[in-house]
Ligand binder design. Structure first.
Ligand SMILES: *Cc1c(COP(=O)(O)O)cnc(C)c1O
Length: 396
């Protein structure tokens, strides 16, 4: 018999769609995949060289659980420079990806009956990690008309005596939208008034468009800093998804608890990847700009094209590499007696009939949308949107 916990948990839908698309590809089907959230760029050579050197130097043994000091120092310097935040080594943990840092936070903070506020649409792992710790995800709906930014009053109206924390994600996956400083200030006031924690997932902070700036809620003052755990990682900014390095910064009691939990599960993140991470954070940063410039071209192209398809409308994202178009106007349509009445019907139809993989919005908590990642070559994007246009044109 499986545990109660195991029977409650859902597999990651984004990884599942990617697996299905890859399986179809392996069978020789020419799939365009807007499905998975990872850069198509290769990890920069200077980072790879640092890892190769680490192997040659024999840096292949256990390290301290929460990461080696030179990497913690590089992260501390990054926070100081990029976010105007000052941390000590015992306020930093390095984990096997940002997802692992988030999981450690959930284990350290959440217990039976605790309520955790999650603005919706949300990144798929937040509610599942809450549920894995017998706590309760409480969704705070956001609206396209507000650019999917949660209204501070809406947060407040969902707070009960059991509310423990709020999870923020800016720039956002799946919406690609970003919180401004003023909204964060109002959210910080509410959080402090009700003595909540904030978990701030800032993994897309380096991918911002149209001159938008990133603010960490933790940087808005010492009080809010003491209630915030900032999560970040290398996967997205340095095209290092497979290396599994993420990190968190926050109050030292929480970081200590997370480190203890990590010491009984994975132990340290890979020694070699830690050396690579130091090079990524402290080495030349021009790679990000090159990748970013390309994402910006793709973003503009994709959003334009999506908005030119009858029945689809899409806000212009200001961060990350996702488009989150509204497809609800298609849900009364059908083809060959096949009714399209939800985001998953639409995603399945597009996968099977148009060879295009993307993720149904329902996976992120809003059935009126679908998510497309534009971290794929522009030629693929062109081919993919034409297929979508044609397949949607056939719906009656
Ligand atoms: C990709 C992603 C992560 C996880 O990144 P890893 O460091 O690869 O674990 C966390 N949060 C969001 C919003 C993401 O999109």
């Amino acid at each position: 018999m499986l545990s109660n916990r195991a029977s409650k948990i859902k597999p990651s839908p984004t990884l599942a769609i990617d697996a299905k698309a890859k399986a179809m590809k392996a069978e020789g089907v020419d799939i365009v995949s807007f499905g998975v959230g990872e850069p198509d760029f290769d990890t920069p050579d200077n980072i790879k060289e640092a890892a190769i050197k680490a192997i040659r130097d024999g840096f292949t043994k256990y390290t301290p659980v929460g990461g080696i000091d030179p990497l913690k120092d590089a992260i501390i310097e990054k926070f100081r420079k990029d976010n105007n935040l000052n941390y000590m080594r015992d306020e930093i943990i390095v984990s096997c990806g940002a997802k692992h840092s988030l999981y450690n936070i959930a284990q350290a903070l959440f217990g039976p009956g605790d309520e955790v506020l999650i603005p919706s649409p949300y990144w798929v792992s937040y509610p599942e990690q809450v549920v894995l710790n017998d706590a309760i995800p409480v969704f705070v709906k956001t609206y396209e008309t507000d650019s999917f930014i949660v209204k501070p009053e809406a947060i407040e109206s969902h707070i009960t005596k059991k509310t423990k924390a709020l999870i923020l994600n800016s720039p956002s996956n799946p919406t690609g939208l970003t919180y401004n400083k003023k909204t964060l200030e109002r959210i910080a006031e509410i959080v402090l008034k009700h003595n909540l924690y904030v978990i701030s997932d800032e993994i897309y902070e380096k991918l911002l468009y149209d001159g938008v700036l990133h603010f960490s809620i933790a940087s808005l003052g010492n009080d809010i800093k003491n209630k915030t755990i900032v999560v970040n990682g290398l996967s997205k900014a340095y095209a290092m998804t497979g290396w599994r390095i993420g990190y968190a910064a926050g109050p030292k009691e929480i970081i200590k608890a997370m480190t203890n939990i990590q010491s009984q599960s994975t132990s340290n993140p890979t020694s070699i990847a830690q050396k690579a991470a130091i090079e990524a954070i402290t080495g030349p940063q021009d790679f990000i700009n090159i990748m970013f410039a390309e994402f910006d071209v793709r973003r503009k192209f994709l959003i334009n094209e999506l908005n030119s398809i009858h029945g689809i409308s899409c806000l212009t994202p200001t961060g990350a590499f996702y488009a989150f178009p509204n497809t609800s106007r298609l849900y009364s349509k059908s083809i060959d007696n096949r009714k399209i009445s939800s985001s998953s019907d639409l995603a399945l139809y597009l996968l099977e009939r148009a060879n295009v993989a993307l993720v149904h919005g329902e996976a992120f908590g809003d059935d009126n949308y679908i998510r497309l990642s534009y971290a794929i070559p522009i030629d693929e994007i062109k081919k993919g949107v034409e297929r979508i246009r044609e397949a949607i044109g056939k719906l009656k």
